[in-house]
Write a protein that binds this ligand. Structure first.
Ligand SMILES: [Zn+2]
Ligand SMILES: [Zn+2]
Length: 282
């Protein structure tokens, strides 16, 4: 059995974002829609030691996310401990990596799985953390490798990021986490076809969405995110997965608004929209 807990479901900046007065950020401040912290999930294998958790991406909101999830908190049987065994990184974005720095109050090395290019891009975090806690970098590969008990994982290389597929060998359950998808590569399509649960890049609804609040902003595709409306919606609609969920939503995304036409289109396609605290057991 695999357990997935969505710690944060927003793209960089969160919802609301400190300097944003868009309709969604204003609605979140007014308590009309739920706020969202920055994208990260916790995953565990339930068949053995329940207290082994792995994080995929470590956001700047990580300390708050840990306080919102009792199972990620230290056990009372010793003064200092954590059930977090390792962190997986999808890329080197600040909103995915800054949380590493916030785990510095520990002497044991911090185990981090990442692609070589992510490790290279994060050399500065290595440098800053070295005074407190060493990072023990682990390599990832396209083939499944064992992680903990019956839980295994593999990496799907994408342009500028990786997706991770997890598999529980005792139950056969599979889950895919792909929060940054710039291109529907053949390997990604195959992984989507072979996963029962899919958490997928839902950053932007349209390519030009960010320019509506920040004139001159790069397009969704220029930022390595396939927009939902003319990119991932049809693709995911056709996927045979049992549960399909958009996550890593930018605060400008209209699917965050209950009653919006865009949200209805996503729901009609059989795709759910992530929220902080959502838990999936498979
Ligand atoms: Zn991000
Ligand atoms: Zn906003």
């Amino acid at each position: 059995m695999i357990r997935i807990h969505i710690l944060g479901s927003a793209a960089g900046g969160g919802l609301p974002q400190w300097n944003c007065a868009c309709a969604n950020c204003a609605a979140a401040r007014a308590g009309k829609i739920a706020p969202q912290t920055q994208s990260s999930i916790a995953i565990s294998s339930e068949s053995e030691d329940k207290r082994q958790w792995f994080l995929i991406n470590a956001s700047p909101d990580l300390p708050r996310q840990i306080e919102n999830m009792p199972e990620l908190q230290p056990h009372r049987d010793s003064p200092r401990n954590t059930p977090i065994r390792a962190v997986f990184l999808t890329n080197a974005d600040i909103d995915h990596a800054l949380g590493l720095f916030l785990l510095r109050q520990d002497e044991a090395p911090l185990v981090v799985y990442a692609a070589d290019q992510t490790r290279t891009a994060l050399a500065w975090i290595d440098g800053v953390l070295a005074r407190f806690r060493r990072i023990e970098w682990r390599k990832i590969s396209a083939d499944f490798q064992s992680l903990s008990g019956s839980l295994g994982f593999r990496a799907i290389q994408l342009p500028g990021s990786v997706a991770y597929q997890f598999r529980d060998d005792s139950s056969g359950a599979t889950a895919l986490f792909a929060p940054i998808v710039g291109e529907l590569t053949e390997q990604l399509r195959n992984a989507v076809d072979a996963s029962a649960v899919i958490l997928f890049d839902g950053t932007f609804w349209t390519d030009g969405e960010l320019a509506t609040v920040r004139p001159g902003a790069r397009t969704s595709r220029e930022m390595n995110h396939l927009p939902i409306s003319d990119g991932s919606l049809d693709f995911l609609r056709q996927s045979p997965a049992r549960r399909k969920i958009f996550t890593h939503m930018n605060n400008t995304n209209p699917i965050l608004r209950p009653g919006s036409r865009e949200r209805a289109q996503v729901e009609q396609a059989g795709i759910a929209i992530a929220r902080d605290g959502l838990e999936i057991v498979l």
